[in-house]
Write a protein that binds this ligand. Sequence first.
Ligand SMILES: C[S@@+](CC[C@H](N)C(=O)[O-])C[C@H]1O[C@@H](n2cnc3c(N)ncnc32)[C@H](O)[C@@H]1O
Length: 219
Amino acid sequence: MTDAIARADARPAPEVLAAFEAATGFMPVDEGLALYAAAVDAATRTGLPVLEIGTYCGRSAILLADAARRTGTVALTVDHHRGSEEQQPGWEYHDPTLVDPAVGLMDTLPTFRRTLHAAGLEDHLIALVGRSPQVAAVWGGRLALVFIDGGHTDEHATGDYEGWAPHLAEDGLLVIHDVFPDPADGGQAPYRVHQRALREGFEEISVTGSLRVLRRSGG
Ligand SMILES: C[S@@+](CC[C@H](N)C(=O)[O-])C[C@H]1O[C@@H](n2cnc3c(N)ncnc32)[C@H](O)[C@@H]1O
């Protein structure tokens, strides 16, 4: 088996996968495994950190942190922890247990921290608490992989792409969640970002459910 094939098949240890499945969040297992394999591949090839936009309660972050541990790099995850539009009170994905009663706003940071602690992965993940475009604007390093799973409006998805894609290493991977070509299946902002990335020199290397992995071409 070649190294490249081994990385494409990389799976987290059973206890990591169990922590992922137990965590609050939205990502199905097949998509999580595709994200994990992409993170192991990109981090191994480049030796650079992997970054997520959209921490929420840490479900997908568990996999990125474990991929970082395995490859000797670090994972970063960005979120203001106040929830996306569809997670606010009265909307489809609102979870009232995630509201901070002291301020009356969503706060997913405590749940995220408990989740990472329980998974034993705190040392492999840096949490950046803030708005994605603001963090991207002051970020100076190169990245192996950028995983876009933040706000799903055009403003936010476009801001994530424009803010973070320029930080990708040559040959780095761009992963986009909730890509639905058919509007009947879901919102279109991530799909529009996906289409734009293809026009701007990324090539698609895998499709798993709504998760798309694209490679930045060197040219
Ligand atoms: C779909 S959830 C992420 C799910 C998570 N990746 C998982 O697998 O469980 C989207 C998250 O993006 C965050 N978010 C939305 N817009 C943001 C922005 N402009 N900057 C930072 N975080 C944002 C929300 O607070 C929310 O926690």
